[in-house]
Every structure is written in C-alpha cells, then in structure tokens.
Ligand binder design. Structure first.
Ligand SMILES: Nc1ncnc2c1ncn2[C@@H]1O[C@H](COP(=O)(O)OP(=O)(O)OP(=O)(O)O)[C@@H](O)[C@H]1O
Ligand SMILES: O=c1[nH]c(=O)c2[nH+]cn([C@@H]3O[C@H](COP(=O)(O)O)[C@@H](O)[C@H]3O)c2[nH]1
Ligand SMILES: NC(=O)CC[C@H](N)C(=O)O
Ligand SMILES: [Mg+2]
Length: 510
C-alpha cells in the first residue's frame, strides 16, 4: 500500500496546492471533504492528515467541523490556518476574532527546538491570511511561533504528533514553507517519500480499467497537452475501446486541425474521428458578445457534437476530458469563486447524454500533467507545447465573432508564433497569443487615413496558470512582429503589448 497523506478540505483557496506540495515531496496526497467519516479515513491508512484553511470562523454556528475522533486516531496531524484554529478549539484552546487581522507577508519568530520547525531561521517571513486568531493554545501544547499580532502563530505536541500553524507553509511567499511540510512528512509522519508520477500513471491506469471494464470511452481530444496525456493514459488502459474525437470548431489556430490528425492518426495509431463543425459553432455564436455566454454556448455545442459521434459508435458509456485542476477552481466549483466558466467544467450543459464523465487529470496542475506526459513517453514537443483554450479564438476576438475576424486573427497569431520561434523564445514563454480587440483607431498608411483594428499581443510566464507574469519579450523582437503584422495582415493599424500580470488580469482577455 502506498504512503498516503489525507488533506482534509475545509474550503480554503490553497487546498489543492497543499496536496500538490506534498506530492512534490514524493508522498502521495489526496483531498477529502471535511465531513468524511472517520472510518473512511482509516481505510486509507494515512500516515498523516493535514487540515486546510477555510473562509469561515470556527466559533460560528455553521462552521465546518470534522469528527473529533480524528484527533485521537494516533495519526500525526498538521492544521493550517482554519485547520489550526479548529484543532485548537477541539482540544480545549481558545479562538477569537483578532484585534488586528494579518494579510500577506508577515514577520514571524519561530521557536526552533521542535521537530516541525527545526530547519527554520528564528526570525523569518511567512504568508498570512486571517482575521481570527488562537489566543490560547490547548493545554499540554507548546507555543512554537509568534508575530506582533498573533501570540500563537504555531503550536504543537510532540507525543501526540499534532501541530498547527496560523500561516500558510504551502504558499511560495512563506520562506522555507516547503521545509516545514517536509519535516512534518518525513520526521513526524515517518514518510519514505518514494512516490512519483510513474506510480500516479500506474494507479490511474488500474482505476480506469476497473471502472470501464470492456465498455467504450469517447475522449474529447484537442491535441493540447492535457487531452493528449489523457489519450495516452486511456489508450494504455483500454486500447481499442477508446475513440478520440477532435472537433474543428472553426476557432482553431492556423494549421491546427491538420497537425492533430497527423500526430494521433499517423504516429499513435489511435481511433480518431475528426469532426468539421465550424459552421454550427459560428452560427450559434453569431451576434454574441458577452464572454460568459460565448463560453456556455461553446461548452454545450462541444457536448452535443460528442453525443452525436457517440451514437455512431454504438453504446458509449463514458465521456473522457482532459480537465485539470485550474479549470475546476476557476469555474467556481465547491466553495471557490467563479472567475470564468471553463468550457469543459462550468460551461457544461445541465444534461449530458453519457453515463459518466471521466477526468483522470482533474486533481493535477499543468506542470504535473507535463511530468506525467514525460513519464508516459509522449514526445517533448507535445508535452511542452503552449496551452490553447478549448473555446479557442472565440475568447480572443473581443466582442462579436465573424469568420473574417477569425481569419485575420489566425494570420496575426501565426506571424506572432513564427517570430517567437525564430527568436528561440518558444520554450521560454509559457503562453503567447494575439487578441483582436474591438477597438478601432486612426492611422496613416501610404499617406492615406486608415480607421482600423487594434491587435493586442500577450505573452506570459507561469508554472501552473494560477498566477502569471507578463513575459519580457525583447523590444526588437516585438518590433519585428509589429512590422510583419501591419505589412502582411489587412485591417490592422495598431499593435499593443499587454503588460499585466495575473492577478489582477487573467491570461485570456475573456
Ligand atoms: N477542439 C477540441 N476537440 C475536442 N475536445 C476538446 C477540444 N478542445 C478542448 N477539448 C476538451 O476540453 C478539454 C480542456 O481543454 P484545454 O484546452 O484546457 O486542454 P487541452 O487542450 O487538452 O490542453 P492545453 O491546456 O494544453 O490546451 C480538453 O482536455 C479536451 O478534453
Ligand atoms: O480549455 C480551456 N477552456 C477554457 O474555457 C479556458 N479558459 C482559459 N483557459 C486557459 O487556462 C489558462 C488560464 O487562463 P485564464 O487566466 O484566462 O483563466 C490559460 O492557459 C488559458 O488559455 C481555458 N482552457
Ligand atoms: N485562511 C483561513 O483559513 C482563514 C481562517 C479564518 N476564516 C480566519 O479568518 O482566521
Ligand atoms: Mg487546449
């Protein structure tokens, strides 16, 4: 049985990030809702449990509370933020609304003569986000850290192996945060740390086989990183019972449909259906300008195409998608806020004519998917290609979508990508694309007045799409790109470069 850490989810923003940090330390981690039955937790035989943060206050009537019996299982526990407040309250300490909340980078003083914090500098910085605080640690527990506003910023009991931290060790801004998690995993829980993506692949393949048996699966394949990794995983699990369906929505980049066909039919020998659906997508989108409406229409149309294709194959029980965690969290699933409806999650129609949707990558972040892809032997250029959103150019043509605008944007985007590749920046910039704004402005070309569109170029660096910075593309490269676009593509007389990070912007414009 593999070593498992249970991350007990109290609705915080960084819950998957905690699981992911644990996996980074080569220990398998799995999220479970806070109300999970003790018996179910015991069945997993976890070597440790982490309680996450959460938006509620522990002393409120409707605050999420887990079974107190979890604290006496003898399994090591680490509480983070809300999780630490809950442990404190359940063990007889005291939690109250703090005289002053703490948000962001905060100076902290650690007591380092204990297993959890022994690697830390005494005076350090951590990342806080709370308005309640523990004003009294439970009896028998040592106070292990303090800040100016927080008398119990960490506490613990060596014999019980129960610890709590008010700050967020999983966030990069906490100096040495990963070391705290590692001390918990290796020294307190006794983890060996022998898990890796190869185990993930093996386990996922087994689970797919068990669930699917000899039934049929239709995979929505875009040729992007996520669905390609998914395709190989499913192909290894069920072979010819897998049919991949690629939909040419008419919203793709130049030469994209041809490339997908080439790779998956010729190189991988998979069942691939190529559906030409430009007409129906463009008809449904005609006149639509509101970004969320576009996303919902596209999400629904995708499903309708998959349903029709499934009927042609015979009984297909399962639809598979390459959904990954950022798609889920931004779509506002669970307690998270809705940022935008990713077509494959928040954009799904209410009724879907499949028995079940399979999403083997739903818990992973982009860079983890890439690691898995390499593990499965996918070629490098596929694993490291830049992401391309399912709604495609529809969310990069601002305002109304027409075939003419899409064609313009395809040409612009092609030049941008071509020049980035020539400058050997394509592996350095995480994602880069052009946006056709619906703004027109006055220019002068060939001594004549023009009144034409503005194109925005966007390039970002990121690890997992959850946050991003704008890419510092050299001015002369930008200059060449700008010249080529103006010279080669009609109806564009102005080019701007987007210099906002995420947050406050998002990567895509809609
Ligand atoms: N044109 C398409 N045809 C079929 N399925 C699609 C298409 N576009 C997107 N999908 C489905 O929607 C999912 C989410 O799309 P998304 O763009 O996030 O992932 P991806 O295309 O697989 O990878 P990447 O993020 O690298 O582009 C895909 O994994 C795939 O299952
Ligand atoms: O398949 C997708 N369906 C969608 O609806 C969607 N919206 C955004 N993206 C991609 O997700 C990453 C984060 O984008 P945002 O910062 O714009 O939310 C970026 O990589 C985006 O390209 C999508 N992918
Ligand atoms: N980030 C958190 O877990 C916050 C916990 C609690 N809501 C507080 O404000 O203190
Ligand atoms: Mg894609």
């Amino acid at each position: 049985m593999r070593e498992t850490i249970i991350v007990l989810d109290f609705g915080g923003q960084y819950n998957q990030l905690i699981a992911r940090r644990v996996r980074e330390a080569h220990v398998y981690a799995e999220l479970m809702p806070y109300h999970t039955d003790v018996q179910k937790i015991k069945e997993k035989n976890p070597i440790g449990i982490i309680f996450t943060g959460g938006p509620k206050s522990v002393y409120e009537a409707e605050a999420p509370v887990c079974d107190e019996k979890i604290l006496s299982l003898g399994i090591p526990i680490l509480g983070i933020c809300y999780g630490s407040q809950l442990i404190s309250m359940q063990l007889g300490g005291h939690v109250a609304s703090a005289p002053a909340g703490e948000y962001g980078k905060t100076e902290i003083e650690y007591q380092t003569a204990n297993p959890l914090l022994k690697d830390m500098e005494v005076k350090s910085v951590c990342w806080m986000s709370h308005m309640d605080y523990i004003d009294k640690a439970p009896t028998g527990f040592e106070v292990l850290a303090k800040t100016t506003s927080c008398p119990v910023a960490a506490f613990g009991n060596r014999e019980k192996k129960i610890y709590g931290v008010q700050f967020h060790p999983e966030v990069q801004h906490t100096a040495g945060g990963q070391k705290i998690l590692e001390r918990f995993l290796f020294d307190i829980c006794g983890a060996k740390g022998d898990w890796d993506m190869n185990d993930y692949a093996k386990q996922a393949i087994e689970e797919i086989r068990e669930k699917v048996g000899d039934k049929k699966v239709l995979l929505a394949l875009s040729g992007g990183v996520d669905s390609s990794v998914c395709a190989v995983l499913l192909h290894k699990a069920i072979g010819k019972n897998l049919t991949c369906v690629f939909v040419d929505t008419g919203l793709m980049r130049k030469y994209e449909p041809e490339e997908v066909e080439n790779v998956f039919k010729k190189q991988f020998d998979m069942n691939l259906v190529h559906v030409k659906a430009e007409k129906r997508f463009l008809e449904k989108l005609a006149g639509v300008t509101e970004p969320e409406r576009k996303r919902k229409i596209i999400g629904e149309e995708f499903i309708r195409v998959f349903e029709e294709e499934a009927k042609k194959i015979g009984k297909v029980h399962f639809l598979a998608q390459g959904t990954i965690y950022p798609d889920v969290v931004e779509s506002g699933v669970g307690d998270a806020a809705l940022i935008k409806s990713h077509h494959n999650v928040g954009g799904l129609p209410e009724h879907v004519d499949f028995d079940e949707i399979i999403e083997p990558l739903r818990e992973l972040f982009k860079d983890e998917v890439r690691e898995l892809g390499e593990e499965l032997g996918l070629p490098r250029h596929m694993v490291w290609r830049q992401p391309f959103p399912g709604p495609g150019l529809a969310i990069r043509v601002i305002g109304e979508i027409t075939k003419e605008k899409l064609d313009l944007l395809r040409d612009v985007d092609f030049i941008f990508r071509d020049e980035i590749a020539k400058a050997e920046l394509d592996e350095k910039i995480w994602q880069y694309f052009a946006v056709l704004t619906d703004m027109r402005s006055v220019g002068v070309m060939g001594d004549e007045r023009t009144y034409d569109y503005t194109v925005a170029l966007r390039g970002v660096t990121s690890v997992d799409a959850m946050t991003a910075d704008w890419a510092r593309i050299p001015y002369d490269v930008l200059g060449t790109i700008s010249n080529r676009i103006i010279n080669e593509v009609p109806h564009i007389n102005r080019i701007v470069y987007d210099i906002t990070s995420k947050p406050p912007a998002t990567i895509e414009w809609e």
